[in-house]
Every structure is written in C-alpha cells, then in structure tokens.
Design a protein around this ligand. Sequence first.
Ligand code: AN7
Length: 364
Amino acid sequence: MTVNQKPDTFNGSKHWPGLIKAYRSFLPISDKTPIITLQEGSTPLIPVDSISRLIGKKVKVYIKYDGLNPTGSFKDRGMTMAISKAKEQSCKAVICASTGNTSASAAAYAKRGGMKAFVLIPEGYVAQGKLAQALVYGAEVLSIKGNFDKALEIVQKVSDNFPVTLVNSVNPYRLQGQKTAAFEIIDSLGESPDFLCIPVGNAGNITAYWMGFNEYLKASKSTKVPKMMGFQAKGSAPIVNKKIIKDPQTIATAIRIGNPVNWEKALKVKEESNGEFFEVSDEEIINAYKILGQKEGIFCEPASAASIAGLIKIKERIPEESNIVCVLTGNGLKDPDCAIKNNDAIFHTNLDPSLDSVIKTMGL
Ligand code: AN7
C-alpha cells in the first residue's frame, strides 16, 4: 500500500475549500447553512520510518498531522461544523469548557462567524500557546479555580439555561466535522489502516473517527475498519481504570480529564472495533515526543505524542506488516514550556559575539 499524492485539483480548482465543502455529501449541511471556514482539513499523512523500524515486523506507521489545522489542532474540524450550524440557527454567542485547544478553535471560528465566544478554562493548566490564541481571537476567557470536568459541568448548565450554544463535543456537529479525518486517511491510503492509535481525553475524537471509518466502509470507499487503540495519560486515565479520577494529573494538559463526557461511546468503539485502551506515563509520552522531534522533524504537543507512546508500548501486540496511523492531534507550538523543559538539544548560551568563540564552541 502506498500513500497517494493528494490530487492537485479539487473540483477543477487548485484550492482546498475546507472540509465541509469537500465532504458535503457526508455532512448534515443544507443550502441554507452558512459555511464558516478557515479551510481546515486536508492535513498530511506522513510516513514515520523511525517509528516503523522501532515497532519492527515490517509494519508501516504514518502520522495524521492534524496539528497543521488553522488553529493548530483537530478541533477545527469539529468547530467549522458546530459554528456553521450555530450561525444557521442565528445564535449570537457560544460557550465551551476547555483544556485549551477547544477554546482556541471556538474563539477563532466564532469570531469569524460574527459571534461572541465565552471559554472556561482550568486556571494554571492551559498551555501558553492556547491561552494566547483565545486572547488574540478575542474570546471572553473565564479562568476557574477548578479542573476541566468542573468547567464542563458549569458550561452545560449555562447553555441549558441561557441563549448560548455549547460547542464542546457533546454538540453533535462537532463529531460530524471530526469524522472527516478518517475520510482523509482512507482517501490518502486507498484503504483503511489496520490500527488507529489516538490520544483520548473526552473521547470525542475516537468516537468521530469510528463514525468516519464506518461511513466510508458503507460507501464502499474501503473494505475494512481499523482496530481503534485509545491512549490515556497515566494519572488521567478514567476509562482504563474504570473509575472517575477526581484530581487528574499529567504533563499532557490537553487530556487532563477525569470524567470523559463520551465515556460510554468510547467503550462502544472499543468493543465494535476490537480495539483496546491503555495508559501511558508522562515519561513514555516525553520519550515519544522527543523521537518525533529528533528523528522525524515533527513537533507535536505532549497529548498528541501519547498515540506514538502507546503504539511503542503495545508493539508486541501488533501483527506483521500492519498499516498503522497515529493521530497527532495538536501542534508542538501550543506548549512551548513543555518543549523548552523536555529536549536533548545542545544549547550554548552567554557566548562572546566573536568568530573565535563560536568556532571554539563548535569544536572546529
Ligand atoms: C491535543 O481542548 O478536551 O478525546 O478542551 O487538545 O476528543 O477529548 C482537548 C482534547 C487530544 C483529546 N489531543 O480529544 C479541549 C480538549 C489534544 C487535545 C485531545 C485533546 P478527545
């Protein structure tokens, strides 16, 4: 199986129109829906040979680099749908709880659609890049002295009682948009992979991918579906441990979630796909994060590296010659603090600004 080049024309034009127009016939869109888009989607599927070699057994590993979406995460796939439908329903304001990426995406798309965006975030646990985005896109940011799960509880009540649309993944349009990532993988490979490895927080994305793989199977675009392998961060792994985590902890703040809203759906995905859930430690996450950076030139945020960390952890279970796609959900630039603290670079500082000192330091 080889990766097909994306066609360089789309409906006769060289311009990718965004995922709603590209996959319109698979989405709940009518002629009346105003399409609010930043031309999200069409992200690269990149072979990562150093990871393939690490797994061995002639497997082929690809990453779906969804950190290359307009606001740097997969959330844009769901947000173009959620905000377009909110606009269709004449909504004036949206709200979400977020570990960071949803707030950045909601803010960007709401503003593009001429709406207000309110975002609730857990104080002290949102990576700097994500907070910067929400502020620059002009969201109203409400930072609470509590975790994501508490924030979600509050925004659900706000949207139940006030004319503000909830754009967390309980909004069904979010998953509709996110399922297009599965379409793109099959469009690139010409077939479904054997395994999909994906980080799990609220378990919306794993649910959306499973929907996408099944819809493409039904449309005869593929002949099989993958085993869905979900990875949670140790310390924030309620599904793996079969219990709500009151005070979730992990370096991967994006998936620092103790009571996933799509928990039941995730269990169904696991069962139907013959998949499995595992937890990966912060150490395993950072190891995968560094391999991607140093060996592949790919920079993702720590939560995303959980998919690669998970694959490495379960490599004994992977059969020979499997095709595996690992989803990299968010861009590395989202979390510069993590990057600065966790790398093996040689970084010389305080040098004299002279040719001599530079040459000497370089060992030439
Ligand atoms: C990079 O932004 O929940 O399992 O509020 O940002 O669908 O929740 C983020 C989740 C994986 C988990 N990777 O996806 C939020 C939020 C990244 C993420 C997940 C998130 P789900």
